[in-house]
Design a protein around this ligand. Structure first.
Ligand code: SF4
Ligand code: SF4
Length: 208
């Protein structure tokens, strides 16, 4: 019937309108900004850099590998590598980003930077109140503006953050075991040369 779809749509709207007075499920809007809906876990807008501990600069997980910079489709990430090193999340000495900027006026929230990062160093935030009158400087975020704690990550994406923590803890155990084995092998090698000449000397041969 001609107009059947329109009538169905109007009926659904009327059902929701009337239902919103009696059912919380149908009341899908709030009086923003006084009232706010907590974003669901899958919400994402712009990336942030995760840091561990209390010091954002020391705790940044990013090792400036620049994979995200290369893979970002609109090329809105800009990284400058450090010339010195600092310990990463696993205690390994690594370079770090002396500069890490994201132009969020260009970012299209695709999350590719997050997918390609091998260090769990960049994640998607849920902060959306970012309006500014400064179109250029105000939307170019530097590493300090981008740095947010692992606690923040847990708060906005608890399931993913718990998985990441478990994975990093497992990797740290493996890395510690590997370092211990390497140290033991090096110590054994250092002792070996002193014992070897006597052991190899042919039978019956005496010292000159
Ligand atoms: S979310 Fe996409 S567009 Fe934005 S910085 Fe990451 S890779 Fe680039
Ligand atoms: S955020 Fe990840 S992928 Fe990007 S430079 Fe840092 S460590 Fe590499």
């Amino acid at each position: 019937m001609l107009g059947e779809g329109i009538l169905k749509g109007l009926a659904e709207t009327a059902r929701n309108f009337a239902g919103s007075f009696v059912s919380a499920e149908r009341l899908t809007t709030v009086e923003y900004p006084e009232q706010r809906i907590v974003p669901i876990e899958a919400t994402r807008d712009f990336p942030f850099l995760v840091y561990d501990g209390d010091d954002w600069e020391k705790g940044l997980r990013c090792v400036a590998c620049q994979i995200c910079e290369k893979e970002c489709p609109p090329k809105c990430i800009y990284i400058v590598k450090s010339t010195d090193k600092k310990p990463d999340a696993l205690g390994k000495m690594q370079i770090y980003p002396a500069r890490f900027d994201i132009d969020i006026s260009v970012c299209m929230s695709c999350q590719i930077c997050v997918e390609v990062c091998p260090f769990e160093a960049i994640k998607m935030d849920t902060e959306f109140e970012l309006a500014t009158t400064d179109r250029f400087g105000g939307l170019l975020y530097d590493r300090q503006q981008l740095a947010k704690s692992n606690d923040h990550f847990h708060k906005i994406h608890p399931t993913e953050a718990a998985e990441v923590d478990a994975r990093l803890a497992e990797e740290k155990v493996k890395a510690d075991a590997k370092a211990k084995a390497a140290a033991a092998a090096a110590a054994a090698k250092a002792v070996a040369p002193a014992a070897t000449p006597a052991a190899k000397r042919p039978e019956g041969e005496t010292k000159p």
